[in-house]
Design a binder for this molecule. Structure first.
Ligand code: NAP
Length: 332
């Protein structure tokens, strides 16, 4: 009898703190698939900032909370090790919602086979949530135009780095906001951003004005924080704000106040939030929009890999401490 490890949510992070105290680690017997089912061995599991929200009891969010006692929710990639499903064979590599567990039984719903030639890391870094989010947010909501200026916060992160590179490829001037000089160096010298602002050390207004002399047309917001007001007050007429994430508020007892809305009227600015679960049915279309950028070699990425399922329990903190360099994932 072969066993595997699964991690269940035991407590809610009411004080915003993440760690082993929230979870119960269980050893289980590897199940056999029934008719029209497959058994997947998960190989790489994505860790995402949204997980903190999924663990709270917030019923008003875009997705139901993970119930106490349930396996923690996550997406991942894996290999089919046993199939009794007509559409899948042993050895197929698939991506989908798999949870914090080494093996998962699936009826195939929500599983997508990896495209030919795409390895597991690339799948999670680019064609998984980061790339789909960047594509939906930038192209379909931000509607960038050649010659415009875009600013993206969380610019060295998994979503932000793709947003900036797609915008560069489309002929925009691109400024990234990051929390370290190493990240600033990576996005400018490796990814080709036109400039970087270190929100921890730079004079925000002075740097913004120096790097974006024509002001901002598209603001892709991943973080929130004090720079938000500077940006909103420094936008052009008919600018767009794409509200993707507010990580600086996820652990805050009281969310930070937003910018004043007067510029929205004067400049006729459009602000729109979005959440990817609304758009996952449209994944094929999003992948079709994203693929040309990848095929033309316009998208570089880096992955930050931690080892072993149980490392997820503390590893999730890396995202909130800014210690992840690239897409955070667990190798199982
Ligand atoms: N709307 C959606 O459907 C959707 C989908 C995916 C992701 N998101 C959101 O997009 C954002 C980025 O997600 P990701 O997966 O790509 O993560 P990520 O950017 O790879 O990692 C998170 C980064 O956030 C930055 N950060 C942490 N605390 C911060 C703070 N207080 N102020 C400013 N920056 C802070 C850190 O970078 P620095 O070192 O630069 O500070 C950290 O590396 C998150 O807010 C996430 O919730 C939304």
């Amino acid at each position: 009898m072969t066993t595997y490890t699964a991690i269940h949510l035991k407590n809610r992070p009411d004080d915003g703190k993440i760690g082993e105290h929230l979870f119960e680690v269980k050893e289980k017997t590897v199940p056999e698939p029934e008719n029209n089912q497959v058994l997947v061995r998960q190989t790489y599991m994505s860790l995402d900032p949204a997980m903190l929200g999924w663990m709270t009891a917030d019923e008003e969010s875009y997705i139901a909370p993970v119930e106490l006692g349930e396996v923690m929710r996550s997406s991942g990639v894996g290999t089919i090790v046993s199939s009794r499903h007509p559409d899948y064979s042993e050895g197929d590599k698939v991506m989908g919602m798999m949870g914090w567990q080494e093996y998962v039984i699936s009826d195939g719903k929500g599983l997508n086979k990896l495209q030919e030639g795409v390895d597991e890391e690339t799948a999670l870094c680019v064609f998984g949530l980061p790339g789909l989010t960047a594509t939906q947010g930038l192209l379909n909501i931000g509607q960038p135009q050649e010659g415009e200026t875009l600013i993206v916060t969380g610019a060295a992160g998994s979503v932000g780095s793709i947003v900036g590179q797609m915008a560069k490829a489309d002929g925009l001037r691109v400024i990234g906001v990051v929390g370290s000089d190493e990240k600033a160096d990576w996005i400018t010298n490796e990814l080709g951003f036109d400039g970087a602002i270190n929100y921890k050390t730079d004079d925000l207004q002075a740097k913004l004005e120096a790097l974006a002399p024509d002001r901002i047309d598209v603001f892709f917001e991943n973080t929130g924080g004090p720079i938000q007001s500077h940006i909103v007050n420094y936008m052009n007429a008919h600018a767009r704000v794409v509200v993707c994430g507010m990580i600086s508020d996820y652990q805050a007892e009281t969310p930070a106040p937003g910018p004043n809305w007067l510029p929205l009227i004067k400049k006729r600015i459009r602000i729109q939030g979005f959440a990817m679960p609304d758009h996952l049915d449209n994944s094929a279309q999003l992948i079709a929009q994203l693929t040309p950028y990848v095929q033309q070699g316009k998208i570089k990425y880096r992955s930050h890999i931690i080892e072993g399922l149980t490392s997820a329990m503390e590893g999730l903190n890396l995202l909130f401490e800014g210690k992840n360099k690239g897409k955070l994932m667990v190798k199982l």
